[in-house]
Write a protein that binds this ligand. Structure first.
Ligand SMILES: [Zn+2]
Length: 379
């Protein structure tokens, strides 16, 4: 009996795996995969459960990647159903993880179970790289599993990440890369003093304002064929000061840049540090800067497999998916270090929202797409 995508989606949603909690989700998945003949390795890093499951030993190895953790439900009373008691209403499955992304995982498992019945002896292997740490800080999830697989010399030939990629309709978009993301934490130091005696003080507030003005007006690039222009947003500004007659000694600001592959995190750091250095020197201030890089920009150059996937999606949905690099970061930023990656999953319209839901007909279609991708890949 093939595995039902709807039934497995519901079972996964019933495990309240609000990040970083696992709540039995990984074991449930491993149990289902073992029943299909997968060898399952549960890899724990700190409090995080991860799973690498593999069917077959020979190459090529086609991998599906995803996460079983979900974001918190928010106010439970705002939901029309209990977010962890999945319910089908008006042909929609409602529950936390219905599209980001427990249901997508269920569709892939259902696709493999059908693929196996039809192709008892296929040449190659199918694997799943599943983490319980994607929605949180994502330190002990895919990043570390990728390091582990590298150490074990495990080869993945192609990876499909099942994150929701469509905005309105199943089939409209697949992702072939992602922008990079870097956050800068800037502090500018002057000298504290009395507002009536500014010559005895040095105010860092106008200095940081000048800096922010410069970086905000910087045209980083015009975008490329595959990427939108890089963009900087100032997200925090702060001066701790409890008195109105004191020139502060310190001013801080935080900014985030989503950048395309015309830049790297280090080229951006150099560019920005230069601006900080020059402006602070002029004003006799000091600065401190630290950065957090969430990922570099990357693109999977379209090849035979990405074309095949695009055609398969088109055949089933009657829509030709756009190849896109938009949106936030995903775990593809780690996996692309060991394998070419693309992303295709459900419609993300309701992800992270109250009453997250997915049409049951989309689940059937996605399973069919994944099944056809497997058949074409191993043909
Ligand atoms: Zn997700």
């Amino acid at each position: 009996m093939p595995i039902s995508e709807l039934k497995l989606s519901k079972e996964l949603i019933r495990r309240p795996s609000v990040t970083p909690k696992d709540a039995g989700a990984i074991n449930l998945l491993a149990k289902n995969l073992r029943s299909l003949g997968f060898k399952c390795k549960i890899i724990n890093f700190k409090n995080i459960k991860n799973l690498y499951a593999k069917l077959g030993r020979s190459s090529p190895n086609f991998c599906y990647a995803g996460h079983t953790d979900v974001v918190p439900p928010g106010n439970m009373n705002d939901w029309s159903v209990n977010p962890f008691k999945p319910t089908v209403k008006n042909n929609k499955l409602i529950g936390r993880g219905a599209n980001d992304m427990k249901a997508s995982i269920a569709c892939f498992v259902a696709a493999v179970s059908r693929f196996k019945t039809k192709n008892k002896k296929f040449k190659g292997s199918i694997s799943l790289l599943i983490t319980g740490d994607e929605e949180g800080i994502a330190i002990n999830g895919t990043k570390r599993v990728v390091e582990y697989l590298k150490r074990k010399k495990e080869k993945i030939d192609f990876c499909l990440v099942g994150e929701p990629t469509n905005q309105n309709k199943l089939g409209e978009m697949m992702k072939i890369g992602r922008r990079g993301s870097i956050t800068g934490y800037l502090a500018v130091y002057g000298t504290q003093g009395h507002v009536a005696y500014p010559h005895d003080a040095n105010n860092p507030a106008p200095v940081i304002t000048k800096i922010l003005n410069q970086i905000e007006n910087l045209k980083l690039d015009k975008g490329t064929k595959n990427f939108q222009p890089s963009n900087l947003e100032i997200v925090k500004m702060n001066i701790e000061n409890t008195a109105d007659n004191v020139i502060p000694a310190e001013a801080t600001a935080t900014f985030n840049i989503r950048f395309n592959n015309k830049h790297s995190s280090s080229s951006l750091k150099r560019k920005f540090n230069n601006i900080f250095r020059k402006t602070c020197k002029k004003s006799k201030c000091f600065f401190k800067i630290s950065y957090m890089v969430s990922g570099e920009a990357f693109i999977t150059v379209p090849n035979k497999t990405t074309k095949m996937i695009q055609n398969t999606i088109k055949k089933i949905t009657k829509i030709k998916p756009k190849l896109s690099t938009t949106g936030g970061t995903s775990d593809a930023r780690f996996i692309r270090k060991i394998a070419p990656c693309i992303e295709f999953g459900l419609v993300g319209k309701t992800m992270h929202k109250i009453d997250e839901s997915v049409p049951v007909s989309d689940l059937k279609k996605l399973t069919n797409i994944y099944l056809n991708i497997l058949e074409n890949y191993f043909k």
